[in-house]
Design a binder for this molecule. Sequence first.
Ligand code: BES
Ligand code: ZN
Ligand code: ZN
Length: 505
Amino acid sequence: MAITMKAFDVALQDLDGKAHVVLVEDGFKLEGSLKEVGERHFSNIAELIQEQKFTGKQSEQLIVPSALDGVSYFIMVGVGKPKKSGNLSIEGLRRAMGTVVRILQAKSIPSMALQLPACSRYDKTGDYIGQQVASIIAMATYKFDSYITEESRHPEKTIEVNLSVKDENQEAFNHGIEKGLEVGTAVNLARQWVNTPPSDLTPAGFAEIAQDMTKDTDVKCTVFDDQKAKQLGMGGLLGVSRGSLEECRFVLMEYKVSDDAPTIGLVGKGITFDSGGLSLKPPAYMETMKEDMSGAAAVIATMKVVGKIKPNVNVIAAVPMAENLPSGDATKPGDILKFYNGKTAEVKNTDAEGRLILADALSYITKNYKLDALLDIATLTGACAYALGPYFTGMMGFDEDLMDTVKQAGCNSGDKVWRLPLDSDYTAAIKSEVADLCNIGKKSVQAGASTAGAFLAAFVENDTPWVHLDIAGTAFNVPGVSYYRPETATGVGVRLFVDLIDNWA
Ligand code: BES
Ligand code: ZN
Ligand code: ZN
C-alpha cells in the first residue's frame, strides 16, 4: 500500500516524521503541543505567525522549514471557521487534508506527524474522523500519470502518516483509518479506470478487470457476452453496442452474507466511449467521453470494498458495458428497441444511449432479485451538469425514505447529492406515438435530467425502492477541490455507496 497511516495516543512532539503538521481552526491559539512543537522548529514561531498574518482560514498554509533533525518542516494548515452550529465543517477538514498532501508532494516530504482538531469540534467519533482523513489522504496522493513518461511529473505516492490522537480513542481512530484507506484506494481504482484512454478500456477489457478483481473474494462475478445478452433479450444494450466493433458485456456481481439480510442493488452506466452514435456529438462535447463509464467504475470499485469489509447486507451489482459509435451497422434514429422486460422504445436520438443500456440492467436486476433498495449511477445527462454544476450529484426517485438515506450518505461521505424533480408529468414527456417510450423527452418539457429519470423509472420492476444518481457534472474535471486533480476523474459514488452499505440498518 502506498499510504501507511496509524494513530498513536502520543503527543505530536513525540511522533516521528519529516514534517510536523498541525491543522488549526481560524482564530486558533498557540498553546499546548502546538506551541511546543512550533517553537522546537522555529524559536519565535509566535512572531512568525503574526508577521505572516496566518490565522487558520480554510486551507491557508504556513510552511516553516527548520534545521531540526536535518532538513525538516513545521506546517500549519487552516480548517476555517466553525459553522453556525459551532461545529467545524468536515468538508473543511477534507480540503485541508488534501492541501497537506499537495504540500508534501510538492516538497517531496515522505512522512509526517499529524495533529487534527479534536473530534469534539466536529461532534464526530474518532472512527469517522479517522476514516475521512485516511480516505482523503489516499485520494489526494493519486495522480493519473500512467501514460506520462517524464519521471519528474510523477509525484511521490508513498506517504507515512503518524497521527497524534492524545486524549482521543486511539483504537476507534485506527479502525476508521483502516477502512478509510480501503475506501480511498477504491476511489482511486475507479478514477484510474475512468482516466484510462477509451481504446485501452473496452467493454470486454473492463468486464475482465471486474472478474479478475473478484478472484479469491466473497464477491461472485458473472459476465454475459453479446450472445448471452441476445438470448436474454437485452435489446437496449445490443442496440447501443451495434455500431461498435467492440462487443458489449453485462457484468453481474453478487455479495451474499445471508438469506435473511437486506439486499441492496447497484447499477452503473458503463459506456466506455460515447461519441453520440449517429446523432454524433460535436467535437468539444466528445473530448471527455471516456468518462461515460464512471457509474460502472463506481459500482465495481464499491464491490471491491464490499469484498473487503464484508458488510451485513447483501449487495448485487449489474453493470452494462458498451461503446456508442456510429457505423454502417449502428442503430438509427427511428429504430425501435425491445428491452429485457419486454417494453419497447423509439430511439429518436442515439446520444441518449445511457438510459437504453440501463433499462436492461434495471429490469434484469429487479426481475431476478428481491431488493430492499436499488441505486443506479450514471453520467446520464448534460442537463444535470448544467443544473447543478460539478459539486452536487443529481438525485431522483419516488421513495422519500430512501432518498433521505442517500442524502445522509452523501453528507457523511463527501459525495454530496441534490434532489431534482421526478413525477408523472415527466413520464408523459417520454411517451412515443410508435412505441411504449421515446428515448428523449418532448422539447416543450425540457428538464432533460428528469425526463431521463422518468425513462429509467419505467424499468424498475416489482415496486423496488429506487434512487437514480446523475453524475454527469460530478464525475470528471471538478475544479477547486484539493483532493481531486484537474481534467481527470473524481471517483464520485464510491464513498457514498460504501457509507450507505456500511450504515444500512
Ligand atoms: N454521456 C452523455 C451525458 C454527459 C454529458 C455526461 C456531459 C457527462 C458530461 C449522455 O449519453 C448524453 O449524451 N445525453 C444527452 C441526452 C440528450 C440527447 C437527450 C445530453 O445530455 O445531451
Ligand atoms: Zn450520449
Ligand atoms: Zn452517455
